[in-house]
Design a protein around this ligand. Sequence first.
Ligand SMILES: [Zn+2]
Length: 226
Amino acid sequence: MCITLNKKIIVIILIIILLLSLVFALPSAFTSTPSYNYIVLIDAGHGGVDGGAVGRKTGKDENSLNLEYAFTLKEILERFNIKVIMTRTTLNGLYNPFSVNKKKDDMLKRKEIINNSKANLVISIHMNSHSLSSPKGSQVFYKEDDHVSKGLAECIQQIFVQTLPDARVAPSIGDYYILNCTDIPGVIIECGYLSNQQEEMLLLTESHRQLICYSIFIGVLRFLSV
Ligand SMILES: [Zn+2]
């Protein structure tokens, strides 16, 4: 009962923030359809032979879950006339099946797509994992000494803190290829821990997926309006 009420309140708050953002922050972004003012590149982490983290309870892997989150975020952004480019749209990795170094080829292909995208920003979607079952919560990572990406990470993390129960209080520096391979501002979003069974079950629900993706969207709007 209490959880349901909290969710309703969160959804209402999100809608209010969203409407305020639309009215005050980004009027120019939505007035000149069908041309796009902004392009967001969404990278669903892992794929193919690299399934990523695996849920302890259900066995659900990052490959498929990241893709579901990526598609949900894509739908939301496109609804507001933001163009979306995705690195992958299937469960397959981005490599030739006969490649001897599939992971390397996959990452090089992602780099190529990102750097040809002309995107304003990159969002790479992941699920976290830990050897212990207790760690939980959403966290955003950005490249060291990249103040623009740090700003994006802070915008998203601040919304997470307001909308998600166990979000970390601040984003962190992360040394990741997908962030280091481009000059386009970008973040890696670890949506939650698949090694925590309680959070795993939450991450698999559509309502939580929508909540995280709307939170990312509002964080992106805030960043673009700065
Ligand atoms: Zn991952």
